[in-house]
Design a protein around this ligand. Structure first.
Ligand code: AKG
Ligand code: FE2
Length: 487
């Protein structure tokens, strides 16, 4: 297997010039925007997410949400004509929920490349979309506008989104779903939406984990139904998040929790409005200043080179080995990753999403004796077990002028390095580039990542990749103009 040299993180974070921890810590406000939930009763004012003032009228959204709860019809068996009905505008009798459970199938999930039924990991019931119809209308509810503003505020403002109904899930006493990512099902899928319908229950919180030690708990049971403070008015609760964020549903202690899950996709033909360009936040301004200081220093890449940013989020790529192009992903960067690109563009730095490959492993020594065997590539390269034939074809693929051979990836940067002095590089058609990691790539795995350990279904065509954003930095004297004119 190809692996990254673990020393990347060490030397990057050791560079005081880079103010690395500052860059990473400077976006805490953004974390709150990873997910949102309806926290206020309908018709009361209040932000869905403190610190954000989206242009949509949240009161209207909440009122619409309330009005569009409606009911749920389902087929009792997969083939028969019998149907059941739940009316969410009033209190639902327990028997009706037990009847719904009777109609459901046990919920499976993806482990490795198999769909498995394992109640110790996921204990829940589900109905496929062919078996139910909900009156709740996600488009009319206004939720998509809020999600668009919250999750994609830093991204390409022309992207529109759509929610594709995926499953109905029921969690009864003892039900839960342990930690997993939502399996990528296409390159247009970026997020997941969970709508919890108003039924009385205790437990069943949705817990989202962004990084170790950073968790948010979405206590949907306290937001729906007859929970304290809701005056008994049935309400929906919802959470939207990037699908590659680890999440789990905690154990339901009593009652039944019924949720609709949606895949959030980019779309070309949605009626969703385009996102207005968002105002830079304080965190973004700080990050921009850090980057400007970096570029304004002659000690940094004096003769030009590149800055590397390990991307925070994972992105779906096809599982085929042929011709996987990372470049289009630049348009679909999420959250913090999109901010980085936006700031680099402000300084006129050309950015590319690339895969990072380290061929310094003994099992795959593509170029014995060469000191630099780390590559950044705009297209996926083969990985796996190596025999002579593989290495031959790998070398052919590597020798593409669009690929970067990364210089000094394992040592502190020596900006004065004379690229041409290394004999073997002259014969190498790839572009040698001095690269400085601005955010660590220590968590990056070469692309594609190993098959996802736990997903909400098995997926044979797509997987998540850990990628890098590379910003080409002109020589010091050429970049000064852009830095000075941009604050
Ligand atoms: O019902 C929920 O809150 C989410 C369930 C979930 O994570 C999934 O179905 O993938
Ligand atoms: Fe999930």
């Amino acid at each position: 297997m190809i692996r990254l040299n673990p020393s990347y993180a060490g030397w990057v974070s050791g560079r005081k010039l880079l103010r690395l921890p500052f860059i990473l810590r400077s976006l805490p406000g953004h974390h709150r925007r990873l997910f949102s939930g309806q926290k206020e009763a309908p018709k009361t004012t209040g932000d869905v997410d403190a610190g954000v003032s989206p242009p949509v009228d949240l009161d209207v959204v909440k009122a619409l949400l309330h009005r569009t709860i409606g009911g749920l019809a389902y087929r009792k068996t997969s083939t028969g004509p019998d149907a059941g009905w739940l009316d969410f505008t009033g209190r639902i009798p327990k028997q009706d929920l037990e009847d719904l459970v009777q109609a459901c199938d046990p919920a499976t999930f993806g482990r490795g490349n198999k769909d498995v039924l394992d109640p110790s990991y996921r204990r829940a019931w589900k109905l496929d979309t062919s078996r139910f119809a909900s009156q709740f209308d996600v488009v009319k509810s206004g939720l998509l506008e809020v999600i668009h503003d919250e999750l994609l505020r830093y991204g390409d403002s022309s992207l529109k989104i759509d929610a594709q109904l995926y499953k109905l899930n029921v969690y009864g006493p003892g039900s839960h779903f342990k930690s997993h990512l939502d399996t990528p099902r296409s390159d247009i899928m970026f997020g997941s939406l969970v709508v919890v319908l108003p039924t009385t229950h205790v437990g069943g919180d949705l817990v989202l984990r962004y990084k170790e030690n950073t968790a948010w708990t979405f206590e949907s049971s306290k937001l729906v139904g007859e929970a304290e403070g809701t005056q008994g008015t049935p309400r929906l609760a919802w959470a939207a998040f990037f699908s590659d964020i680890e999440h789990e549903v905690s154990v339901v202690e009593s009652g039944y929790r019924v949720s609709l899950t949606y895949n959030l996709n980019y779309t070309d033909n949605s009626s969703a409005p385009s996102l207005p360009a968002s105002q830079p936040t304080a965190e973004e301004a700080n990050l921009k200043k850090a980057l400007r200081d970096l570029l304004a220093s002659p000690d940094v890449l004096l003769d030009g080179g590149a800055l590397g940013f390990g991307l925070t989020y994972k992105y779906p790529i096809p599982l085929t080995t042929e011709d996987i192009d990372f470049v289009p992903l630049a348009r679909r960067l999420k959250g913090t990753d999109a901010v980085l690109k936006r700031i680099c563009s402000d300084f006129n730095l050309e950015c590319q999403v690339m895969g990072l490959y380290d061929y310094q492993d003994e099992e795959c020594d593509v170029d014995p004796g060469a000191p630099y065997r780390v590559y950044l590539t705009p297209k996926a390269l083969p990985i796996g077990a190596w025999d002579d034939e593989d290495i031959g074809s790998l070398l052919e693929t590597l020798n593409d002028p669009k690929n970067f051979r990364v210089l000094d990836a394992t040592r502190p940067l020596q900006p004065q390095i004379d690229v041409k002095s290394a004999d073997y590089i002259e014969a190498d058609p790839t572009t040698a580039i001095a690269l400085l990691w601005a955010t660590p790539s220590n968590d990056l795995v070469s692309v594609p990542t190993p098959i996802m350990a736990y997903g909400n279904q098995t997926e044979v065509d797509w997987r998540y990749a850990n990628l890098v954003l590379v910003a080409i930095v002109p020589p010091y004297k050429d970049r000064l103009g852009h830095i000075a004119g941009n604050s």
